[in-house]
Design a protein around this ligand. Structure first.
Ligand code: BGC
Length: 927
């Protein structure tokens, strides 16, 4: 770049510009701003219009411009004559309409600009087809706000701040009261003398910024101003076939057979190397749904928030709790260098023995879809892709890689698939994981109906499908069925089908090149869309307190007070001697096993090491959050002792001495294995019965995967389900027991009495070392879409606790239910009143009782959680989800509300309507 050390006359400058092509060539690859010292008068416009083209300035800027009300700014006329865009920015406008501010003329098209949302901090994004520049006209206003605006609006574009002071993060002063970001190499300022109409000198300076080598120009897909589709198109066009194939398989992020990690892998479930030449970042994926895992401590120093389990979040019936939990996990994933979280698990709970229920969100498609959809939305608010899984019907773990579930099309759409569909509509996950199991005889990861037709065509899912780890059995067959990426095939599958076998299939034309490009495009587009290119993860310390707060809120809203005879809870102040029994409650709270286990938290790792199994899917993890210590902290006035419960007689003796006994009972469940039955293990039923016999004031706190048999229930006045409550389990449980928090959780599952109330009372082959061999067929047609409370209603069963049940320390009343139909929507309104003496939250549940003869008796169609002060009343409105009113017709592929008279029920559980209204619906197709 030439440097002008002396002031040039205009003619000399123009002469140089015109006579020396090198000058123009030097200017062209850079970005230039001509700053006029003062605004020209009207009479000077013609003179300037003849001089400026020779300078080829991209921007002409004038700082102090006054524009009288109704008058045309001479600079506007100049812009018109030059063919530049005119912007009057940062205007202070007085009462008469006179404006004062800064004018920017741009020779490059203005792609975007700040609107009225950012008064005083205007920016323009200008582009010349190759380069894009964000131009901020003043950074002086508010340094902090400016930094936020810069990062939000600039994204990948190199940027210039005009009139800005140095000292903005990431910006370098250029010498013209301006600063430039990365993306520019050299800055050069020259004085330029222009002449006014009378030939007198008009002072101006020209700033020329050279682009750095790797500016967006060389990689136009790095231009964050373009759409994800356009960026993908540009990038795909530059990729070699090898680079495309590189996108289609991940490696096991923990290394093969205990060997080293793949080069570049951060260390977790999956890793796809990036392509440096093209600026494609690596895909680093981590498990999963209850926090960011760090398997075996592979990433020394990393730890994460162990969130409460899925049913706990679902029990909150609060979309905001789910969103906050998702955002917590997404943020921590990003801070541990992951851009994909394998979280977003929405399989329905069809059976309490499924070993992975603790990762899911209950039995109802609406509740599960809303809760998981919100969690996905939270994850993806953090520049992290969420992976909705396990698609589909992977509702049991026993021989999950071999078994087939049998289920009709209508039934699967009205149950599991509806949960996925609602989660997709709300959360828009970037990726979906196909499941291990077969569905009607076809593997989930080579199921053209589920992946191609339903997910991609009918639901218009634009993201990519990755396989579960070990879920791929073919190359071209899977690719043609809709699988886009094979996960860790070198470790878990028979071979890496999406490498050599798929290359051959594409070379031979079995898999069209267009399909290959579609697979790659889906992955890249998702990465663009979720900020993987523009906001790459960083390695930062997580915000421990924010994580604890999200976890504790979930425990407090998600634990369910199932029974509270005589208001034993909250513990009265007069209760001074408390004995806590069992469950390792002196040390911590139990968590589920398998790939989702968060073993390392800010408070350390396993509080009770050595409980079997200690190897996969173990170890059995107790998060260091002691209910005993937390209760002692809440009740320093009370004498609180702990007895481990191994000796039943000793526990009973201790209970007899106490005012209140609190038994903690645990049940460990894990991925890859189902529970053998619904019984609490390790003779805990006997312990509870003995304690309750010794002290009628016995409270039981359950930390289980889900519903268990409760043979001692009539002897136990108070029962709380805390699920797997995570790293703030102790504190959350203590807050609920003492009344510092008022329980507001409601069951997301039907608490059946025992296995006899299930669609499949006996299932051979469940659990570790089963006595009978497993059968590789799960006949889900038995209940079809009638999962949980629908099954109970259809069969006239009375469960121990109905779906939706949960108590509070206050009471609520409903009045004046009204129901109307607004277009396709059924809308209910009801007065909810807190009739008790404490603030609390109620979950108003709206059910639709279908006419006699319908295959499904009842459905949850909407809900609303409302917090009320004592005596407060509020009228709430619940919009029913249209698809829950309708039936799916596999032949027409339509959801149709059948004409008829329905009963709309407002209640606190699925089993007990408190307000009812009959309504006649016309036949309607739901879109
Ligand atoms: C699980 C997935 C998990 C994956 C990666 C599989 O065994 O089924 O849920 O994301 O492993 O760890």
């Amino acid at each position: 770049m030439k440097t002008f050390t002396q002031q040039l006359s205009l003619s000399a400058a123009i002469a140089v510009a015109l006579s020396a092509p090198a000058f123009a060539a030097d200017l062209a690859p850079g970005f230039s701003v001509l700053a006029l010292e003062k605004a020209p008068a009207r009479a000077d416009v013609a003179s300037l219009a003849s001089q400026l083209p020779g300078l080829q300035a991209d921007i002409v800027a004038v700082h102090e411009v006054q524009r009288a009300a109704g008058a045309i700014d001479p600079l506007q006329t100049l812009a018109d004559q030059l063919g530049y865009a005119y912007r009057f920015v940062q205007a202070d406008v007085d009462a008469q309409g006179n404006a004062r501010g800064q004018v920017v003329l741009s020779r490059l098209p203005v792609q975007a600009e700040s609107g009225p949302d950012h008064p005083g901090r205007s920016y323009l994004r200008v582009a010349d087809g190759r380069n894009v520049v964000a131009l901020y006209t003043d950074a002086d206003q508010d340094a902090n706000g400016m930094a936020a605006l810069l990062s939000a609006s600039r994204l990948g574009a190199p940027a210039v701040v005009l009139g800005g002071k140095a000292g903005i993060d990431g910006f370098t002063a250029t010498g013209l009261d301006s600063a430039a970001s990365a993306g520019f190499a050299d800055a050069d300022v020259q004085k330029v003398a222009l002449r006014d109409a009378d030939g007198k000198s008009l002072a101006a300076r020209l700033l020329v910024l050279d682009y750095a080598e790797a500016a967006g120009g060389a990689k136009p897909w790095m231009d964050a101003a373009l759409s994800a589709d356009e960026r993908t198109r540009l990038l795909l066009g530059e990729m070699t076939q090898d680079e495309k194939f590189q996108m289609l398989r991940s490696y096991f992020g923990l290394g093969k057979d205990g060997g080293p990690l793949p080069e570049g892998a951060v260390g977790s479930a999956g890793f796809v190397p990036g392509v440096e030449r093209l600026g494609i970042p690596a895909q680093q994926s981590a498990d999963a749904g209850v926090g960011v895992t760090n398997p075996g401590g592979i990433r020394p120093g990393d730890f994460a928030t162990a969130m409460p389990s899925g049913p706990s979040t679902a029990s909150s019936w609060n979309p905001e709790v789910a969103y906050t939990g998702g955002a917590t996990m997404g943020r921590e994933a990003w801070q541990q260098r992951f851009n994909i979280l394998l979280g977003g698990s929405v399989n329905l709970q069809r059976d309490p023995r499924n070993g992975r229920n603790f990762e899911y969100a209950g039995e109802d498609p609406l509740l599960a879809g809303v809760i998981v959809g919100e969690s996905i939305r939270g994850i993806q608010s953090q520049h992290v892709i969420s992976t909705m899984k396990h698609y589909a019907l992977n509702d049991m773990e026993t021989r999950r890689n071999f078994h087939s579930v049998q289920i009709g099309d209508q039934a699967m759409h009205e149950s599991d698939l509806l949960a996925f569909e609602i989660a997709i509509e709300l959360g828009k996950p970037g990726s979906a994981m196909c499941s291990y199991n077969k569905i009607n005889g076809i593997y989930g990861c080579e199921h053209p109906y589920l992946m191609n037709q339903v997910l991609k065509q009918e639901w218009k899912f634009p993201g990519f499908v990755m396989s579960d780890w070990g879920g791929v059995h073919s190359g071209s067959k899977a690719a043609l069925a809709g699988l886009d990426q094979q996960s860790a095939g070198e470790v878990f599958d028979a071979t890496t089908f999406f490498d050599a076998p798929l290359r051959m299939a594409v070379a031979g034309g079995v898999v069209p090149q267009a399909r290959l490009d579609d697979m790659v495009s889906r992955i890249l587009r998702t990465m663009f869309l979720h900020g993987n290119f523009d906001n790459p993860p960083q390695h930062l310390k997580i915000d421990v307190e924010a994580g604890f707060a999200a976890a504790q809120r979930t425990v407090e809203e998600g634990s369910v007070l199932l029974r509270n005879e005589g208001n034993l809870l909250p513990l009265a102040d007069s209760v001074k001697r408390i004995v806590i029994i069992g469950g390792h409650a002196d040390k911590g709270v139990i968590g589920g096993g398998g790939s989702s286990m968060v073993g390392i938290t800010a408070k350390g790792t396993n509080a009770v090491p050595g409980v079997l199994p200690t190897t996969w899917p173990g170890p059995v993890m107790f998060h260091p959050s002691s209910p005993l210590e937390a209760l002692r902290a809440e009740r320093p006035d009370a004498d609180i002792q702990y007895v481990d419960g191994r000796n039943t007689a000793a526990a009973a003796r201790a209970a007899a001495q106490a005012d209140v006994a609190i038994v903690f009972a645990t049940q460990w469940a894990a991925e890859s294995v189902d529970l053998p039955d619904m019984q609490l293990p390790d003779k805990q039923d006997g312990l509870i019965a003995a304690v309750a016999k010794a002290n009628p004031k016995t409270v039981v706190v359950l930390e289980t995967n889900g519903p268990v048999r409760t043979p001692w229930l009539q002897q136990v006045p108070a029962l709380m389900q805390a699920w797997y409550p995570g790293i703030r389990g102790g504190e959350g449980i203590a807050a609920l027991l003492t009344g510092k928090a008022n329980p507001s959780g409601r069951l997301p599952v039907t608490w059946v009495v025992d296995e006899s109330q299930l669609p499949r009372p006996q299932i051979p082959g469940l659990g570790f070392n089963p006595k009978q061999p497993p059968v590789d067929i799960f006949d889900f047609d038995i209940e079809g879409a009638n999962v949980g409370y629908k099954w109970a209603a259809a069969k006239g069963l009375v469960p121990t606790f109905a779906f939706g049940h949960g108590l509070s320390y206050t009471q609520f009343a409903y009045e004046n239910l009204s129901v109307s139909v607004e277009g396709q929507r059924l809308v209910a309104s009801v007065d909810v009143r807190n009739t008790g003496a404490r603030a609390g939250a109620d979950v108003a549940q709206l059910y639709l009782k279908l006419p006699q003869g319908h295959s499904t008796p009842i459905r949850l169609v909407g809900f609303d959680k409302v917090t009320l002060q004592p005596g407060e009343q509020r009228r709430i409105r619940i919009d029913a989800e249209p698809k829950t009113l309708a039936d799916f017709d596999p032949a027409t592929r339509q959801w149709t509300i059948a004409a008829g008279t329905y009963q709309v029920q407002l209640g606190r559980t699925a089993a007990e309507p408190l307000q009812v209204v009959d309504i006649t619906l016309q036949e309607t197709q739901v879109r």
